[in-house]
Design a protein around this ligand. Structure first.
Ligand SMILES: Nc1nc2c(ncn2[C@@H]2O[C@H](COP(=O)(O)OP(=O)(O)OP(=O)(O)O)[C@@H](O)[C@H]2O)c(=O)[nH]1
Ligand SMILES: [Mg+2]
Length: 321
């Protein structure tokens, strides 16, 4: 199951106290306390969801160590780094966005650790003969946050249920997602990596009325925001291909303007159902009506899957220039 939301309680480290201590000649030699550790949120491409976080746990950064004798400084706490997938938005409990982590290794210090206290060596000469002074350490901070993952992928597969989306992702990548002849086999977003670097996402089947909460609704649409290419799958089985295409485009428009304006690759699936000649006629008919290129594929025809692989790459490459 894709875990794309988590509430977390985080706490930065308290500063370590300074020490009051004297050597055998009565000289102050108590060291300063170490600083408490910060809490930092880090983007990490190798983290795919938020499942490693436990909402019942408090994520505490280390406390600074107490100051030591012989004027020794206590150790500073080690920064607590919370790795999050891309793109993760961090909200406070009022729903205000604190930060959006979009890039690998992007860091954001969300809480500062407390300052270490000062021991009587540093403060010698102050206070009651300086010797009994120490400056208190400060406490760390605490915060409740909500993490929300908006998956960052190169291309998303969308289309009516049963169009063959999962089968294609399985064929293009080494994924092994469930494929079945009934609708809504896929109930949550699934990821596959093509050629080791192109991230593809299969989104649960959309239908007319998705905008009104029908089907699996719009709960996963946030995952389309950071994608670059929409792969619109239509099964060649459909009587009226143009109608299928247009009704889905209308649905895109209703549910998300960014989806509607996203670069699109039209894929006509299950080509093997017809003879190659018939399939070609249907593809060219659709191209003519729409005035757009259509890629004809079948998961049973390896050559067509290679063509789709190239078409996806060339679309993505053309966006870079
Ligand atoms: N003949 C033929 N059947 C296919 C092809 N690709 C997929 N299918 C079949 O079509 C049915 C639906 O395939 P899926 O990959 O589950 O379709 P989907 O779009 O992911 O469906 P949902 O997850 O329900 O939205 C399955 O029975 C597949 O075996 C193809 O290229 N040719
Ligand atoms: Mg599926």
């Amino acid at each position: 199951m894709l875990i794309d939301q988590k509430k977390l309680k985080i706490k930065s480290g308290d500063g370590g106290e300074g020490l009051i201590s004297f050597d055998n000649r009565g000289k102050a030699y108590g060291g300063d306390g170490g600083d408490g550790a910060d809490v930092v949120i880090v983007g990490d491409v190798n983290v795919y969801d938020l499942s490693k976080y436990d909402s019942n746990h408090i994520y505490k950064a280390e406390t600074g160590e107490r100051g030591n004798t012989y004027c020794k400084h206590g150790k500073n706490g080690e920064t607590l780094r919370l790795q999050v997938p891309l793109v993760t938005k961090v909200f406070d409990m009022e729903g205000k966005e604190i930060i959006c982590i979009e890039n690998d290794k992007q860091e954001f210090q969300i809480l500062s650790g407390g300052k270490g206290g000062l021991g009587n060596f540093t403060l010698r000469g102050e206070g009651w003969d300086g010797k009994l002074s120490k400056k208190r350490a400060t406490r760390g901070e605490e915060l409740c946050i909500r993490l929300e993952l908006n998956l960052k992928t190169d291309a998303i597969f969308l289309g009516y249920p049963n169009a063959g989306k999962s089968s294609i992702i399985n064929a293009l990548t080494r994924a092994n997602y469930k494929v079945a002849s009934y609708e809504f086999t896929t109930l949550e977003p699934q990821l596959g990596v093509m050629d080791g670097y192109i991230k593809l996402m299969d989104l649960p089947g959309l239908i007319e009325g998705t905008s009104k909460g029908r089907g699996v609704g719009t709960q996963f649409l946030k995952h389309t925001t950071y994608s670059r290419l929409l792969i619109h799958c239509i099964s060649i089985e459909n009587e009226d291909l143009e109608e299928r295409y247009m009704s889905m485009r209308k649905e895109f428009e209703k549910i998300s303007t960014s989806l509607h304006s996203m670069d699109e690759l039209i894929v006509l699936t299950k080509a093997d159902i017809f003879t190659p000649e018939e399939a070609k006629v249907r593809k060219e008919g659709l191209e003519k009506i729409l005035g757009k290129d259509v890629v004809l594929v079948s998961t049973y025809l390896e050559d067509s899957m290679n063509k789709l692989n190239s078409a996806i790459k060339s679309k993505l490459n053309s966006q870079k220039h």
